[in-house]
Design a protein. Structure first.
Length: 327
């Protein structure tokens, strides 16, 4: 097993502050033996975020520091407010080179012993995804042509990226990740390639992408290309705990209460029970209502007692219909 990787999250003013507190608290609660660093990248209100209040509050800053987080500023030059998902690409620059890393979206809960996950340095990413991109038009080009055009753009071997257990044109045949977590041995090489290739696709997309939206999908379009180019691929069974019993990418608190198992709820509520954490999180309306007032268990969870839809979209629709989708 490699040395404990550096963990990277991106935090700025607003919702992400509170999610970062939950992540840091859950890390200390569920993985007290984790010896790696938790690095919080904070975009500054300049460059591509010029004119936006991105700095986190002093209360959050102090609480994260007390939970062992290291807050490191960075200036986003290429994406910023026009494409906030680009933060995860540019924030890789704050990590020390040649040290293994794991990026987590801030809306992630640590639910188990992260220190026991055998990261081996091979680049990979989350497989907790749906067939969200591409959406081929009726008369083409299809999945194959779209993904091949991207591999061709960067001189990659397309055939070796395929999962041949799936039929031609089925979305899971093609290398596609959720960017909720990704891992690699060197953030400098990974981050530079991620940035260069994301800018290339954004500014000059291959012709096969003419009918495709890249917002908000750009990071997830380019991520598999970067991973494949660096000798990585789909995660092996040794990383099954990520998006399993070690981490949970919940996305929004109402979704967590709607679909996650009871054990995940127990970890969340135990991790954020300490008074100093509770006092700050209660300033965020979703945490106040769903966690501390018990409405996650009492109001949201019963909406799905008769069965949980397989796909995320109908779950979101039910939550919105019942007034549980606000930040």
């Amino acid at each position: 097993m490699m040395a404990a990787p550096n963990l990277l999250i991106v935090v700025q003013a607003g919702r992400l502050e509170f999610q970062a507190i939950i992540l840091a608290a859950s890390l200390r609660h569920a993985a007290p033996g984790f010896a790696g660093r938790l690095i919080v990248a904070e975009p500054q209100p300049e460059g591509a975020w010029s004119g936006h209040d991105t700095r986190i509050g002093e209360d959050t800053r102090a609480l994260l520091a007390s939970l062992g987080a290291e807050i490191v500023p960075f200036v986003a030059c290429h994406f910023g407010a026009s494409y906030p998902h680009g933060n995860k690409i540019e924030a890789l620059s704050v990590l020390p080179p040649d040290e293994p890393f794991v990026f987590f979206d801030t809306d992630t809960l640590i639910t188990g012993p992260l220190d026991r996950v055998p990261f081996d340095g091979r680049p990979t990413a989350s497989m907790r995804r749906e067939g969200t991109w591409p959406q081929p038009p009726l008369y083409g080009p299809g999945h194959e042509a779209i993904w091949k055009s991207l591999h061709d753009r960067f001189g990659l071997d397309f055939a070796s990226s395929l999962d041949l257990s799936h039929r031609h044109e089925y979305w899971e045949r093609y290398l596609y990740f959720n960017a909720g977590w990704f891992h690699g041995p060197d953030p400098a090489a990974f981050g530079q390639r991620f940035l260069d290739w994301a800018l290339s696709v954004r500014d000059d997309p291959p012709e096969a992408l003419a009918s495709q939206s890249l917002d908000p999908w750009l990071d997830q379009v380019v991520l598999p290309l970067v991973i494949h180019s660096l000798g990585g691929g789909r995660p092996g069974p040794e990383l099954a705990g990520l998006d399993g019993d070690v981490t949970c990418h919940y996305r929004k608190l109402p979704l967590l209460y709607a679909r996650e198992p009871e054990g995940v709820l127990n970890v969340l509520e135990s991790a954020v029970a300490p008074h100093r954490i509770k006092m700050r999180l209660k300033e965020w309306e979703p945490a106040k209502k769903l966690i501390y007032q018990g409405k996650g268990r009492g109001k949201v969870r019963p909406l799905f007692m008769q069965g949980l839809p397989v796909r995320e979209r109908p779950i979101r629709q039910i939550l919105k219909k019942n007034g549980w989708w606000g930040d």
